[in-house]
Design a protein around this ligand. Sequence first.
Ligand SMILES: [Zn+2]
Length: 86
Amino acid sequence: MTRLLIWGLLIYIGYRIISSLTRPKKSVTGQTRERGEATTTHRDPVCGVYVSEEDAVIGRLEGQRHFFCSHACLEKFREQLDHTSP
Ligand SMILES: [Zn+2]
C-alpha cells in the first residue's frame, strides 16, 4: 500500500520537474525588458533609447564602450566629448 503512495509521489515530482522545465518558453515572444535578462540592452547616452547589444553601434571612447542606436548618435556623442574635453 505504501509503495503505491511512493510511486504516486515520484510520478507527481517527475511531472512537476517536467512542467517547470517546459514553462519558461513563453517569455521569448514578449517585449525585451529594460533590464535585458535574455539579451543585454544598453542605453543610448544621446537619445536615451535602449538598444540590444547585437543591434547597437559600439563606440570605444575614452577607454569605455558606449552603445548607440545609430552612427548619427555616435557622432553626436563624439562631438560632445570634443566640446567638453580640452
Ligand atoms: Zn540614439
